[in-house]
Design a protein around this ligand. Structure first.
Ligand code: SF4
Ligand code: SF4
Length: 378
C-alpha cells in the first residue's frame, strides 16, 4: 500500500512546482523545532524596550519560539520567497520639487494580499497531495519569526542589516510560511553566511540603527520611525530621516548582494509632499486603501511629510506648512509642521510660528513653535 503513496521527494517537487506557478522564486523546507538559541537574545531585546511601540512583538512569545504552541501537530515549515524588483529612484531633485521617497516594497499594491494568495495555493497543493494534512499560512500576519524560519529552511542567511539575504536575490523579497504536519527530509545545517568583513549597511545607515552582532535598534530605524511609530519622531532624528517619507531602503541599496541600479523610475514613485499634506481622511483612504502605506495612517504619513518638507531646506514649502499649522486637526501633524517651519526659517515661517505659539491649544505644538523660534532660524 505504502508503495503507491508519493515519496517525500515527490511531495517536495510537487510543492516546489505549485510554489513556482504561484509566483514564488524559491522554496525551503525546515523542521519545526523550538528556537532555543533566540530566546535569551529576544528576552533581552524586549527587556531593553527595543520593540518600541510594536507591542505585538511582546505578545505570545511562546508561539514565536515554538510554532507548536499554535498547533502541536506542526512538524515542518515550507518557507517561500517572493521577489520584488526595486525601481531606481526617479531622477528628480526631491528638495527642489518637494518630493519624498517610499521604500520599494511599498510601491504598488499591498504585498500582503497577493503573497498570501500565492501561499494559499501552496497550502492547497499540500492538502491535495495529502488529504487531511494540517496547514497554516502566514505572510507577516502572525507571531512568526519569518526570517528565522527562512534561514532554517535554508533560503539564505541572516545578514548584518538584519534582513534575510540570498546569493541569488539579495534581500529584495517577501517571505511567506506554510506550517504543516507533513515531514520532509530537511537538514538543520545552516546556510553559510556571506557578509564576511563587509560593513556597508552598518556604516551607511543614517541613524546608526544597525549595531555589531546582527542587531538593530528599531527605535532609531527610519522604517520604524515612519511606519510603526505612532507618536512624534524624536527631534534629534528628524534631520536624519532625510527624504524618506515611508520606510527606508538604504541598508538594502548599499548591500553588494543586491542588484545595482536600473533605469531611473517614474517620477510618480516619489509623491509630491504638498499634495499629501492636503489629504483628508477620505482622500487618504481612497488613495492608499490598497497600498501598504495605509499602515502609517493619515496622521503618520502627514507627520512624515512635514519632516521631509523641513529637510528640503526649500522655503517653497512654507505656505503648505503654514496651512497645516492653522487648519490641521491632528496635533501630531501640526507639531511636526511647526518643527519644519523652524527648519526652513524666513519671515513667513516666523509669523506662522508666532501665531501658533500664541493660539494653538496643544502644548506640544506650542512647544515646537517656541523651539522653532528659539533656534533663531526664523
Ligand atoms: S532601514 Fe534605513 S534607518 Fe533602518 S537600519 Fe536600514 S539604513 Fe538604517
Ligand atoms: S551590506 Fe554587507 S554587511 Fe550589510 S548585509 Fe549586505 S553584505 Fe552583509
Amino acid at each position: 500500500m505504502l508503495d503507491f503513496l508519493p515519496s517525500v521527494t515527490n511531495y517536495k517537487q510537487t510543492i516546489e512546482r505549485a510554489a513556482a506557478q504561484a509566483g514564488f522564486a524559491q522554496v525551503g523546507f525546515g523542521r519545526v523545532k523550538r528556537l532555543n538559541d533566540r530566546e535569551d537574545f529576544y528576552a533581552q531585546w524586549l527587556g531593553q524596550g527595543r520593540h518600541g511601540e510594536m507591542s505585538y512583538l511582546a505578545r505570545e512569545p511562546e508561539r514565536r519560539f515554538d510554532p507548536r504552541a499554535i498547533d502541536r501537530r506542526f512538524k515542518s515549515v515550507v518557507s517561500l520567497l517572493w521577489p520584488y524588483a526595486p525601481p531606481s529612484p526617479p531622477a528628480v531633485d526631491w528638495r527642489a520639487e518637494l518630493r519624498g521617497r517610499i521604500a520599494a516594497y511599498a510601491l504598488g499594491p499591498d504585498y500582503h494580499d497577493y503573497v498570501l494568495k500565492g501561499a494559499r495555493v501552496v497550502s492547497a497543493a499540500i492538502e491535495s497531495l495529502c488529504p487531511g494534512a494540517v496547514t497554516r499560512t502566514y505572510v507577516d500576519t502572525g507571531p512568526v519569526f519569518e526570517r528565522e524560519w527562512g534561514a532554517r529552511a535554508r533560503l539564505g542567511w541572516f545578514g548584518k542589516n538584519t534582513m534575510l539575504l540570498t546569493r541569488e536575490r539579495g534581500s529584495y523579497f517577501f517571505l511567506a510560511e506554510v506550517f504543516t504536519d507533513l515531514e520532509f527530509d530537511s537538514t538543520d545545517a545552516p546556510y553559510r553566511e556571506h557578509c564576511g568583513t563587509c560593513r556597508q549597511c552598518l556604516d551607511l545607515c543614517p541613524t546608526q540603527a544597525l549595531e555589531d552582532g546582527y542587531v538593530m535598534e528599531p527605535r532609531k530605524c527610519i522604517s520604524y520611525l515612519t511606519i510603526e511609530n505612532r507618536g512624534p519622531i524624536p527631534r534629534e532624528l528628524r534631520a536624519k530621516v532625510g527624504m524618506w517619507l515611508f520606510g527606508c531602503d538604504i541598508c538594502q541599496e548599499v548591500c553588494p548582494w543586491n542588484p545595482g541600479a536600473a533605469e531611473p523610475g517614474d517620477e510618480d514613485l516619489m509623491p509630491r509632499l504638498v499634495e499629501l499634506m492636503a489629504l483628508d481622511d477620505f482622500t487618504f483612504s481612497r488613495r492608499f486603501s490598497k497600498s501598504a502605506i495605509k499602515r502609517a495612517k493619515r496622521r503618520g504619513l502627514l507627520r512624515n511629510a512635514a519632516v521631509v518638507l523641513g529637510n528640503t531646506g526649500n522655503r517653497d514649502a512654507v505656505a503648505a506648512l503654514t496651512q497645516v499649522l492653522e487648519r490641521e486637526p491632528e496635533a501630531l501633524v501640526r507639531s511636526h509642521a511647526a518643527w519644519a517651519l523652524g527648519e526652513l526659517g524666513g519671515r513667513s515661517a516666523r509669523h506662522a510660528l508666532e501665531r501658533a505659539r500664541e493660539r494653538d491649544i496643544d502644548a506640544l505644538v506650542v512647544e515646537e513653535a517656541r523651539a522653532g523660534l528659539e533656534r533663531g532660524v526664523a
